[in-house]
Write a protein that binds this ligand. Structure first.
Ligand code: ACO
Length: 218
């Protein structure tokens, strides 16, 4: 250990378990990814291929092969080492204690920027019931609280109305349109850039959902 690093927390706010919050679909909590998530991750990613593929970065190889349980081991190792460095906070979204998706806070930048992006997906058997909104609100409160960030960003395709609704409910506002921003489903796709900073959040994002009657304290 380098002497100057001793006592310096490299990953404030990690590991953490967030919630619970009750929404229509059930009780939502966030917890760190685990090596033994491979089977659930693979099952849900394969079951949800049609819902996920239109919004996800293009990658090599067939979907089923890329989402075989064994593929999780390498992904988990990368997430774990990035999380240790404080660059990524990779959460599993649980609904009523069951693996139901993931939420990631990524590209965490410190120093004078103190910014990150947020991304997520939810199993279609529990969508439409407030799960993503609750998960994003929990992630936002954590990022602006214990993690110590000042700004959060998300990029979303204009056609992804459900995800835009989630981001708007939590308080993200539109900053611009990124032309041909990302290779998604084998084509360069425009993305909206949405963001907000801690000054724009009165109180907490979860409390905002509760005040709006969209979520309930447990
Ligand atoms: N048009 C307009 N609004 C819609 C539509 C639509 N076609 N479909 C859903 N909505 C609304 C819902 O009515 C709801 O709003 P409401 O609460 O005001 O009624 C909102 O979208 C969805 O809110 P939640 O229920 O909190 O979200 P859910 O748990 O259903 O998850 C999600 C939404 C994450 C987008 C899910 O559908 C999913 O995983 N999709 C595939 C992957 C994906 O798109 N991930 C996000 C990529 S962008 C990013 O990560 C920043």
């Amino acid at each position: 250990m380098l002497r100057w690093l001793a006592g310096t927390p490299r990953s404030p706010g990690w590991p953490a378990t967030l919630g619970p919050v009750r929404v229509k679909s059930g009780v939502v909590t966030l917890r760190p990814v685990r090596l033994r998530d491979g089977r659930d991750w693979s099952r849900l990613r394969i079951q949800n291929q049609n819902e996920l593929m239109p919004w996800e970065p293009t990658a090599q190889g067939p979907w089923a092969a890329r989402h075989h349980p064994s593929a999780w081991n390498q992904m988990y190792a990368i997430l774990k080492s990035e999380a240790k460095l404080g660059a990524v906070l990779p959460f599993v979204i649980e609904v009523d204690g069951q693996y139901a998706g993931q939420l990631t806070i990524g590209n965490v930048q410190r120093g004078a920027v103190r910014s990150a992006w947020i991304g997520y997906w939810v199993d279609s058997t529990v969508t439409g019931g407030g799960v993503a909104s609750a998960a994003v609100a929990l992630g936002v409160d954590h990022a602006f609280g214990p993690v110590g960030l000042h700004r959060l960003e998300a990029t979303v395709q204009p056609e992804n109305l459900a995800s835009r609704a989630v981001l708007a409910k939590v308080g993200f506002r539109q900053e611009g349109l990124l032309k041909r921003y990302m290779d998604v489903n084998s084509r360069w796709r425009d993305h909206l850039l949405v963001a907000f900073t801690v000054e724009e959040l009165p109180g907490s994002a979860v409390e905002g959902l509760i005040r709006a009657g969209r979520a309930f304290a447990v």
